[in-house]
Design a protein around this ligand. Structure first.
Ligand code: FAD
Length: 518
């Protein structure tokens, strides 16, 4: 078959039209035909990706398809299968959507291991079939490879180093404009495509409907709207101090709630950066690490770390992770994952995770500390995998960096002996600010009638109070799975011992793990 004069733009995370370098370049170098494609990879399936995130992805694809149709009379072609297999035929014969192989294949680069391996395989296929590949950096403020090179190989792991690197690099590239026009689909495509190449439903993908309507609708349109509404509020943007945002605020959250949009690239980080810069130019504003710019810099650090640290996603062989002999206890892990630990604040956060797919940063702190160094003495890798399944914003680099931090095992961890109280009624460290316990009442309905005096510690309520609240502890809601005061003291001692043994023997990490995301 003769090749078609078409560029295939492979959408993966960059699920947007604004600041999309692959799309902009395709318009320039393939003025005849551009073919936008997304591949649903079975690697990300019901067992490993929770329903809320998959629903978010499908909504994002629908939004992209709808915009491509409305603006350009084009569409998104959704293919299914392992990308290596799908491109095996697309790059050889054009099947199943083109009449011949394309001339060009373009995408935004990914830094996580699964994506790098996948992309190397597709690049090889392209080379074998004589199809040119062009790739672009656009998921982060800076191209990680160039940033690390400019920093003489040094990878920032704390805010001062990141601020210094940003100063060295200067402002990131300006976001690219949404193309005014897009070349048409290759001849014959509209006739050849049918429902098989449309965005599937959740049911078709093997999912039951999500537990509730999400307050995070997927897609570029919703993401840009959310960002522009935040940016309109200059007092919020300029006064933003992360540790002062309330961990129990959920509808709306006290932080921007932009993470799922950044994760899927529905909103470009550079677009966010310049939005902030514009607002900052008009007013005195907070600074990193507490400011919103600081949050984008934390994201950048995570990507730089994930890109450069060997075995970043596990303890074994990871130079950024101290070897801690975490325990194994499937029952405790399940109690934590299902929000049945008997600590209402911890359970509310874990149930928010599974029900909604999003939780405040400090709630993430609380449950992560509880799982590892604080109470359960279980490995951060197991906690990370649970987050990776349920979070709307599950991100291989960011999730891993934060779990490493919260476990106490990373060089950038807070002191391992500073443990959060899992019953933090008036806790300034977790900034709960919820004396009535409304957050707990929402996500742990068994406790909805518990008087506020006992809502964080219901096991201390007299039996009469439990009866009146229709919640008998040990029957309707679990007793605490651990004695916090006792286990946290033991765990601090264990952690200390592990560190001194490591110092003495120079031992390296020992446990293994797998991880997904994307
Ligand atoms: P905002 O405070 O409004 O921040 C704006 C953006 O900055 C976020 O959307 C995010 O992209 C970035 N950001 C904020 N905080 C961090 C941080 N600590 N590290 C890196 N980037 C940050 N965030 C994810 O996006 N994906 C994850 O998988 C993830 N896993 C986490 C696991 C643990 C154990 C912890 C403690 C934190 C994790 N975070 C993760 C970081 C953070 O909690 C979320 O980014 C944040 O809560 C998202 O809400 P927001 O968009 O309102 O944040």
């Amino acid at each position: 078959r003769p090749p078609t004069d078409a560029a295939v733009v492979w959408f993966r995370k960059c699920l947007r039209l604004h600041d999309n370098a692959a799309l902009v370049e395709a318009v320039e170098v393939a003025p005849q035909h551009v073919c936008p494609v997304f591949v649903i990879d079975p690697h990300f399936a019901p067992g490993s990706v929770g329903v809320n995130r998959f629903a978010f992805l499908l909504e994002s694809l629908r939004d992209l398809d709808c915009q491509l149709r409305k603006r350009y009379g084009s569409r998104l072609l959704v293919l299914r299968g392992k990308p290596e297999t799908v491109f095996g035929s697309l790059l050889q014969t054009g099947e199943p959507v083109l009449k011949g192989k394309p001339r060009l294949l373009m995408w935004e680069r990914d830094t996580e291991p699964y994506a790098r391996k996948r992309d190397a395989a597709v690049e090889k296929l392209a080379e074998e079939n004589g199809v040119e590949v062009r790739t672009f950096a656009g998921h982060t403020l800076y191209d990680p490879e160039e940033a690390i090179k400019a920093n003489k190989g040094k990878v920032p792991n704390a805010m001062p180093a990141m601020v210094a690197l940003a100063k060295l690099l200067g402002d990131p590239p300006m976001p690219l404009k949404t193309p005014a026009k897009l070349p048409s689909l290759p001849v014959g495509v509209p006739a050849r495509v049918d429902k098989a190449f449309s965005v599937p439903s959740l049911e078709e993908m093997g999912y039951d409907p999500p537990p509730e309507k999400s307050s995070f609708p997927g897609g570029e349109s919703a993401g840009l709207l959310r960002l522009s509404e935040k940016l309109k509020d200059s007092a919020y943007i300029c006064g933003f101090q992360k540790p002062k945002t309330r961990s129990t605020a959920f509808n709306p959250p006290s932080t921007t709630g932009l993470s799922p949009y950044l994760k899927f690239g529905c909103v470009s980080a550079r677009h966010f950066f310049y939005g902030l810069k514009n607002v900052y130019a008009r007013k005195k504003h907070s600074q990193p690490p507490e400011s919103l710019l600081g949050q984008l810099y934390f994201r950048e650090i995570a990507y730089l770390q994930g890109f450069s640290v060997p075995n970043f996603e596990r303890q074994a062989g990871n130079p950024a992770c101290k070897p801690i002999p975490w325990g194994k206890n499937p029952k405790l892990l399940a109690a934590w994952e299902q929000g049945r630990t008997g600590f209402p604040f911890i359970d509310a956060a874990m149930r928010q995770l599974t029900r909604v797919g999003w939780l405040h940063h400090l709630a993430r702190h609380a449950v992560a500390c509880f799982l590892c160094r604080g109470d359960l003495w279980l490995s951060w890798e197991q906690g990370r995998d649970v987050f990776d399944k349920y979070l709307l914003d599950a991100d291989w680099s960011i999730n891993t960096m934060n779990w490493l931090a919260l476990s106490g095992a990373a060089p950038w961890s807070p002191p391992f002996f500073r443990v959060y109280n899992p019953a933090p009624k008036m806790d300034s460290a977790l900034n709960v600010q919820d004396p009535e316990g409304n957050y707990i009442r929402e996500f742990v309905p068994e406790l909805s009638k518990m008087p506020k005096e006992y809502i964080y510690t219901p096991w201390t309520a007299p039996l009469e109070v439990q009866k009146a609240a229709k919640c008998i502890i040990g029957k309707d809601y679990p007793r605490p799975v651990v004695d916090h005061a006792k286990v946290s003291a033991e765990n601090i001692a264990r952690f200390k011992r592990a560190l001194s043994e490591t110092k003495a023997t120079g031992a390296k990490g020992s446990s293994g793990a797998s991880s997904r995301s994307a």
